[in-house]
Each structure stands twice: as structure tokens, then as C-alpha cells.
Design a protein around this ligand. Structure first.
Ligand SMILES: [Ca+2]
Ligand SMILES: [Ca+2]
Length: 88
């Protein structure tokens, strides 16, 4: 059994990204509507243009600044159709 098999059995919906030996939770859903889409990208882009800093929801990597690195996270996860997976 591979490490990725172990991790995929530990979380619901196979909704994590395995990088090396670590599993990461996706981010990018700034407005918490369950999808990473263009509305999240627009909100982050607006705050990036305004040089927003601090503990804000558009700071995807948690470095205290809203900039292109946060936009890249949202853009990549938007392209991968990342969405919330919930039990019914
Ligand atoms: Ca969203
Ligand atoms: Ca950031």
C-alpha cells in the first residue's frame, strides 16, 4: 500500500492534494460558497490592487499580504475545479 493510498482513505471525498509525504487542504474559496471560481479571483484581485495587508480572507497563503501569490493559488485551484465535498 502506498502512502497516497493511506491518505486518501483518511479524508472524506478524496479532496486533498498530496505533495511528497504530506497532504494539503485546498484553499482559494474566498467567499466560502463551495467553489473556487472567478468571483474568488475577482475579490482577491481587487484587494491585491489595493495592497491589502493583515488577517483577511483574501490572503490565501497566510503571509499577511494580498498579492499575486494568492491570485496564483486561486487561479490554479479554479483551473482544477476545486470544490467542497460534503456527505449527504
Ligand atoms: Ca468561492
Ligand atoms: Ca498572501
Amino acid at each position: 500500500m502506498m502512502n497516497s493510498d493511506l491518505i486518501s482513505q483518511q479524508e472524506f471525498g478524496n479532496n486533498q492534494k498530496l505533495v511528497g509525504a504530506l497532504a494539503y487542504i485546498y484553499s482559494g474559496d474566498e467567499n466560502q460558497d463551495g467553489l473556487v471560481d472567478s468571483t474568488d479571483l475577482n475579490d482577491c484581485d481587487n484587494e491585491s490592487t489595493a495592497f491589502t495587508a493583515g488577517y483577511v480572507v483574501t490572503d490565501m497563503n497566510g503571509d499577511g499580504l494580498v498579492d499575486s501569490s494568492d491570485l496564483n493559488i486561486i487561479d490554479n485551484n479554479n483551473a482544477a475545479f476545486v470544490a467542497t465535498v460534503l456527505p449527504y
